[in-house]
Design a protein around this ligand. Structure first.
Ligand code: BGC
Length: 257
């Protein structure tokens, strides 16, 4: 393996995914391995899946990992869609080191996807305000101005009104991809709801560009025609590879550069 390759892992509510990433080109240097997220979502089980990926790629050295929650000083502060309280207070980087023998750097999964899109993808070279929104099990948001990240934005938890029940919910409980699938929603119905969310976020942050990523990125022909916000909206160039590429690139930046 060349010296500019780093193992990237993206922990999600339904899958733990990993690949070795060529961090100079922002591309996978191997196939992607996906392991269904083991249940219950305990640190021990998730660390087991991470270790399976490390062993599959016979990896040693530095690796990056994206996690769906707030990460401060490598400590997990929230974990809404994975493991609930099990992960709170855990230093995941340290645990990965102990379990897998790798030096790891952990980052919020949406921040990882955003870092990759800004460095290699749809946001490359954009000096304005760019929001990268990942839609999967939850909704993750990262925001950059002049290429600089504001970490742990957690805008998937903005409260929105559900017209039918007349109650307020976290946005990701109304328009994540998991909600679309579990309610068997028509694309148009889902997209109209999601568009309201985009308008809401737009009115708070006034981005110049919104990049849509996560699981929905590969299905853009189904929903982009219904998206109408007062700024440019594009699909993530790295599609759902961005989380893995960004976590690897970020670990290289933090630990090796
Ligand atoms: C989490 C975020 C994460 C997003 C996407 C949300 O539930 O709170 O930290 O980025 O899901 O996975």
């Amino acid at each position: 393996m060349q010296k500019d390759c780093i193992l990237g892992i993206d922990i999600g509510g339904s899958g733990v995914k990993g690949a070795i990433v060529d961090i100079r080109r922002g591309e996978f240097a191997t196939d992607r391995l996906r392991i269904p997220t083991p249940t219950p979502h305990t640190p021990k089980n998730i660390l087991g899946a991470i270790n399976d990926i490390v062993e599959h790629f016979k990896w040693s050295g530095v690796m990056g990992c994206g996690f769906p929650g707030v990460i401060r000083s490598q400590i997990i502060e929230t974990a809404a869609n994975i493991g609930g309280k099990n992960f709170i207070g855990v230093n995941l980087a340290e645990q990965i080191g102990q379990t897998c023998g790798c030096e790891a750097w952990v980052v919020n999964d949406a921040d990882a996807a955003g870092i990759a899109e800004m460095r290699f993808g749809a946001g490359k070279g954009n000096k304005g305000v760019v929001m990268v929104i990942t839609v999967g099990t939850g909704i993750g948001v990262s925001m950059f101005t002049n290429g600089v990240l504001v970490p742990n934005l957690e805008f998937g938890h903005l409260r929105m009104r559900d017209k039918s029940s007349r109650k307020n919910y976290a946005a990701e409980k109304l328009c994540s991809d998991a909600v679309r699938k579990s309610h068997d929603m028509q694309w148009r119905h889902w997209a109209e709801r999601f568009n309201k969310y985009l308008q809401y976020v737009h009115n708070l942050c006034w981005p110049d560009l919104v990049v849509l990523g996560g699981g929905i990125a590969s299905k853009s022909d189904k929903f982009m025609k219904y998206i109408n916000v007062d700024c440019d909206v594009v699909v993530a160039k790295l599609e759902n590879r961005a989380g893995i590429i960004g976590s690897a690139y970020n670990a290289w930046r933090m630990l090796k550069k």
